[in-house]
Design a binder for this molecule. Structure first.
Ligand SMILES: Cc1cc2nc3c(=O)[nH]c(=O)nc-3n(C[C@H](O)[C@H](O)[C@H](O)COP(=O)(O)OP(=O)(O)OC[C@H]3O[C@@H](n4cnc5c(N)ncnc54)[C@H](O)[C@@H]3O)c2cc1C
Length: 313
C-alpha cells in the first residue's frame, strides 16, 4: 500500500471531532469490528480503527509516498513513486496489478475567482478554535460547510454561510440541520442563499445574489467547501480512458480493470466526477471485486449495490 499521506489520510483531514453519518458496521473491512463509544463513530475512532486493521493484517504500508505515473512494461505494470520522507527520492516499482484508490480529497473544486489563492482562504475545514473572534465566510451547503459554520459560530466567530442553492442540501446530517436552521432563524449565523462568489480580497468576499446585486461581506478567514474531484491528470498520464462528461474511468464492471491492462480502480474514483456515489459503505467491497473469484466478486457487487443512501459530506 502506497499513500501520499498518512494511513487513512482523507479521514485525517476530516474536521476534528467529526461524527460519521455511517453506523459502525458499515465502515468495517476484513471482518474487523469497529468499536465506537456512540451510535456512530468519530473521526478519531475511525483513524484508530483503520490503523489497527493495517497492523492486524500486517499490511506493508508506505506512507508519504506519491504515485506520479505508471506504465505497462512487458508482463508488469511499473509504478513511478516519489517519496517525501527524508531525502526526497523517485523510484520505480514493478507489480502484477496496480489498483488506483486515490480518492478525491487532494483536488478541491476551484471556484476560479480572483483571490481564491490568498493565504486566508482554505478549501478544507479547520479546527474551529482558529476562527475565534473573527469574521468568517463559509461557502457551501453540505455537511462540511454546515459543520464548519456551526463550529466557528460556537468558537465565537461572526459567521456568514454563502451557498448557490436556495436551501441546505437534503443530505445534511439530521442532527446538524435543525441546529443550523435555528442559528440562521435567530440571526446568529447569517445565510446568503442563491449567491455566487465574485471576488475574495484580504478584507472581504464579494457575493452576488439571484437578482445580480453585489454585497461585500467582511472576512478574515474564508472556507470554500465546495467539493473535490479525482486526479484526472494522473489517470490521463497513466493512459486511462475517461468517459466524456462524467470523467468516469472506463473499466470492466466485474473486475474493475481499466482499459490499461493490469491497472484497476477502486473506491470513489470509480464514480469520476460524481464523488458522492461511492463512499466508504459501498466502496469497501471493491477489493473483493478485484482480487476475488467469480463467486466472491458477484457477492461483493451485490452487497455494494444494496447500499443506496448517498453520503452527505
Ligand atoms: C468530511 C467527510 C465526511 C465523510 N463521512 C462519510 C461517512 O460518514 N460515511 C461514508 O461512507 N463516507 C463518508 N465520507 C466519504 C468518504 O470519506 C470517501 O467516500 C472515502 O474516503 C473514499 O474512499 P477511497 O478509498 O476511495 O479514497 P480516500 O479515502 O480518499 O483515500 C485515497 C487515499 O489515496 C491517497 N492518494 C491520493 N493520491 C495519491 C497518489 N497520487 N499517490 C499515493 N497516494 C495517493 C490519499 O492520500 C488517500 O489516503 C466523508 C467524506 C468527507 C470529506
Amino acid at each position: 500500500m502506497i499513500d501520499a499521506g498518512a494511513v487513512a489520510n482523507s479521514i485525517l483531514h476530516y474536521p476534528v471531532g467529526m461524527t460519521f453519518f455511517t453506523t459502525p458496521e458499515r465502515l468495517e473491512v476484513g471482518n474487523h469490528p469497529v468499536v465506537s463509544s456512540g451510535a456512530r463513530p468519530t473521526r478519531e475512532e475511525a483513524l484508530k480503527y483503520y490503523r489497527g486493521v493495517a497492523r492486524a493484517e500486517g499490511l506493508r504500508v508506505r506512507t508519504y509516498t506519491q504515485l506520479t505515473g505508471a506504465a505497462r512494461s512487458g508482463s508488469h505494470v511499473v509504478a513511478e513513486l516519489e517519496s517525501a520522507l527524508g531525502e526526497p527520492r523517485c523510484e520505480r516499482l514493478a507489480c502484477d496489478r496496480l489498483v488506483l484508490a486515490t480518492g478525491y480529497f487532494e483536488h478541491p473544486n476551484l471556484l476560479q475567482v480572483p483571490g481564491e489563492d490568498l493565504p486566508h482562504v482554505s478549501h478544507y475545514s479547520e479546527e474551529p478554535h482558529r476562527t475565534s473572534g473573527l469574521d468568517v465566510v463559509v461557502v457551501g451547503g453540505k455537511n462540511s460547510a454546515v459543520e464548519m459554520a456551526l463550529g466557528a459560530y460556537r468558537a465565537g466567530a461572526r459567521v456568514t454561510l454563502a451557498y448557490r442553492g436556495t436551501t441546505l442540501k437534503p443530505s445534511v446530517k439530521y442532527w446538524l440541520r435543525p441546529d443550523m436552521e435555528n442559528r440562521i432563524k435567530a440571526c446568529e449565523i447569517a445565510a446568503r442563499w442563491s449567491s455566487t462568489i465574485c471576488e475574495i480580497t484580504a478584507a472581504d468576499v464579494a457575493l452576488q445574489n439571484a437578482v445580480g446585486e453585489i454585497e461585500r461581506v467582511p472576512a478574515d478567514l474564508v472556507y470554500l467547501l465546495t467539493g473535490y474531484h479525482p486526479d484526472f491528470d494522473l489517470f490521463q498520464r497513466i493512459g486511462l480512458e475517461l468517459e466524456a462528461g462524467t470523467c468516469r474511468p472506463r473499466y470492466d464492471p466485474d473486475t474493475l480493470e481499466t482499459t490499461v491492462s493490469g491497472v484497476y480502480v477502486a473506491g470513489s474514483v470509480t464514480a469520476g466526477r460524481f464523488t458522492s456515489e461511492i463512499f466508504i459503505e459501498n466502496g469497501r467491497y471493491d477489493g473483493e471485486r478485484i482480487f476475488g473469484d467469480d463467486a466472491t466478486r458477484g457477492d461483493a457487487a451485490k452487497r455494494a449495490q444494496a447500499i443506496e443512501r448517498a453520503p452527505g459530506e
